[in-house]
Design a protein around this ligand. Structure first.
Ligand code: UT7
Length: 404
């Protein structure tokens, strides 16, 4: 019993199986303009016809703020590949998404709640700061018992795991270790990625509003005999971080560095409690981190992970890559093909945008359902994000084709 296999997949998509809506690029552009009108009406934003009365430096600020609300379908499609994204309804928290995705994965696996031994939730947007952890809410929400029928405590594993957009990779590794460490019987674990990052994005910003969205995805994994293993033991996983790039994506206020309450929250142009991102720098770093950066003399994490796993890039059939921007994926694909990659790079960013911790389980979910992901394929999962953080996972897809 030292193997682990994937036996179920689930999704939580606001506007489909969770309260919420699908926001097209045109709707997003119209909503930004609507917000600008409200800020003008409430006196937070000066309209252009009044700028001439202001000193030059204030005019520059006003002009920059004014244009931050202007975007269109053409720009977003061209620069990101995103067509539409999901926004959860206001009453829906991350745990609600995680519960729906987890229940869906349990149904595919044929599990009842009492069969589940672990709930691992990858998220950067927990329901609450500090406590309660989101995985506890998910355990309760799914009806997974804390005690057995004799009132004896169940050995129930779990945690919330956060590593920016790489969270799912890191949490999958931890959940894998938990699941395979069982000595007797079968251990069954839900590995869920769920996020509502749209709530942390500056609503005045055309830079981030189009690309970050809400969603959830889940894998049901269980311990199995070695012959049926999806993974390759420790060789399956390769992770890294380099905090020297921490400033590229950051939420300045709300943690121990600067607790909530120490900035002017009533100012709609105070960006400190919202996510800041140097998009262009992240874009450039992402490709260099994955595939190497000649300028800095560094090798890529994909090369290192392949060497660690003992695979050649030509053996990889399916790449599940973090859905951050189609241009990042295109650039990576070009360089991977030069190295001999002949597999499929799956994209669903056009429908969901960047759903942070949910991106990878949603790629696997969609690709399995539409038949792109087939039995026996060698899968490489590549996630990267703020920190920076990066995580590579290799696995063999063993689930029979989807019948739904
Ligand atoms: O999950 C990991 C974290 N995130 C990522 O991996 C995202 C990585 N970065 C990106 O996806 C891209 O850098 C963005 C989509 C964020 C931006 O695309 P870009 O091609 O790098 O544009 P830019 O930031 O260099 O901006 C170019 C211009 C700027 O105007 P000026 O300064 O040249 O006048 C922006 O203000 O485009 C402007 N701009 C927009 N214009 C219309 C930025 N966003 C928009 C927009 N609509 N939505």
């Amino acid at each position: 019993m030292h193997g682990v296999r994937i036996v179920g997949l689930g999704a939580a998509l606001p506007g489909t199986n969770v309260p919420g809506r699908i926001v097209t690029n045109d709707v997003l552009a119209a909503e930004l303009l609507e917000r600008r009108s409200v800020l003008v009406r409430d006196g937070f934003l000066v309209p252009p016809d009044l700028w001439c009365h202001l000193p030059e430096e204030q005019q520059i600020i006003c002009r920059a703020r004014w244009s931050q609300f202007e975007t269109d379908n053409g720009w977003i499609m061209d620069r990101t590949g995103i067509d539409e994204r999901r926004r959860a309804a206001p009453e829906i928290a991350t745990s609600d998404l995680a519960i729906v995705a987890g229940r869906d994965a349990m149904a595919t696996a044929g599990w009842t709640p009492d069969m589940v031994d672990g709930v691992f939730v990858a998220t950067v947007t927990p329901d609450h700061p500090l406590t309660p952890p989101t995985f506890s809410l998910v355990q309760h929400g799914l009806g997974i018992p804390a005690f057995d029928v004799h009132g004896y405590p169940r050995n129930l594993g779990g945690m919330d795991g956060s590593a920016a957009c790489s969270s799912f990779g890191h949490v999958l590794r931890t959940a894998y270790d938990w699941t395979r460490s069982v000595e007797r019987g079968v251990r069954r674990t839900l590995v869920i990625g769920a996020d509502e990052v749209s709530r942390w994005v500056d609503p005045n910003s055309r830079n981030l509003m189009p690309i970050l969205a809400d969603g959830g995805g889940a894998l049901a994994i269980e311990s199995t005999s070695e012959g049926e293993d999806c993974f390759f033991g420790d060789r399956s996983f390769f992770s890294g971080t380099d905090g020297s790039l921490a400033e590229l994506i950051k939420v300045p206020v709300g943690g121990s560095r600067q607790p909530v309450g120490t900035s002017a929250h009533d100012n709609p142009f105070d960006p400190t409690t919202r996510m800041f991102m140097n998009g262009r720098a992240v874009f450039q770093q992402a490709v260099g981190i994955l595939l190497g950066d000649k300028l800095h003399g560094t090798h890529g994490y994909i090369e290192a992970a392949l060497a660690h796993a003992g695979f050649d890039i030509g053996q990889v059939d399916f790449l599940a890559m973090h859905q951050a921007n189609n241009r990042i994926t295109d650039a990576a694909e070009g360089r991977l093909k030069d190295l001999g990659f002949k597999g499929v790079i799956y994209r669903n960013i056009q429908r969901y945008a960047n759903t942070t911790s949910a991106a990878i389980p949603l790629v696997l979910y969609d690709a399995w359902h539409d038949g792109t992901l087939k039995q026996d394929m060698l899968v490489m999962v590549a996630v990267f994000g703020g920190g920076f953080t990066v995580h590579l996972t290799f696995l063999r897809w063993t689930m029979p084709p989807s019948t739904t």
